[in-house]
Design a protein around this ligand. Sequence first.
Ligand code: PMV
Length: 316
Amino acid sequence: MSPRPIGAGAAPGKVILFGEHAVVYGRPAVAAAIDVGLGATAEHDPQGPILRIPSWGRDGLTVELRGADQTRDAMGRAFAVALEVTGHPPDCPISVTLDGDLPLGIGLGSSAAFAVALIRALADVEGEALSTDALLAAAERIEKVFHGTPSGIDHTVVAHGGCLRFRRGARQPFVAVRPVRPLPLVIAWTLREGTTRDAVSRLRARHTAQFQHYDRLFDSIAAVAEAGVDAIEAGDFETLGALFDLNHGYLSAAGVCSPRNEEMVHIARTAGALGAKITGAGCGGAIIALAPDAGPVVAALEKAGYDAFATRIRRA
Ligand code: PMV
């Protein structure tokens, strides 16, 4: 008989609807939680602390902290930070198992969902419900372990849920965006060529070399993001699709769209999507397509060998 859970938590994945990359440079972006995510269950375990994620990697992932060098890998460091921020000693007799269908490392917020679900489960062991501010601060520390200097959009939308307009460094960094009707999205993906950190740092080098051109590009993305908020709140799918296409074009110009991203976007549009773009850091990874008739779009992407599914973005 497996031990009784002593704490549980969950967190959704996310899509960035507008403004990835430009958000790192202080421009507004729009992101939404999706209905695929991760769950975490904590159990008493004298061998702990142990973290298990059976669905990640080829053979699953196990991190044992007892007697281990916690600085060795990012997962170990992230787990140690999660224990610390939730008040558990580094040798506590707890194991945590994470499961769920959220794919790893393709731009759907897996590291933020990992952070938020893990923190929620560990806080639940003490019977504590963390305030949103405390959860955001704790998740940010874990995101920094994985991404260096994240803008904060991922863990903010994952912790908060719903659809948000986010602006890094603003006095009020996020406000709710309220879709007047659910947004019908198709999400498709391929493997990434490198990490978010790589994509962000390569773009940083291009920005440094040609900042006046890249700043104009980021301003254009900001304008599209602001128009996107209006289209979401008006339920204007024709405009929203056109804005997805524009945002994707700007991201292609920024150099973060791989040939496979371009192919997925092209297939989705040809199969009837009203617009399509990469979501997240790009360089492979995921795309989103606005597709009121999702069936043919999913079928066309799958026929070309991509993973794809349909989902809806609703107001929180
Ligand atoms: O890790 P991803 O693929 O969700 O990308 C995060 C979004 C970026 O704007 C590329 C980086 C950031 O920190 O906002």
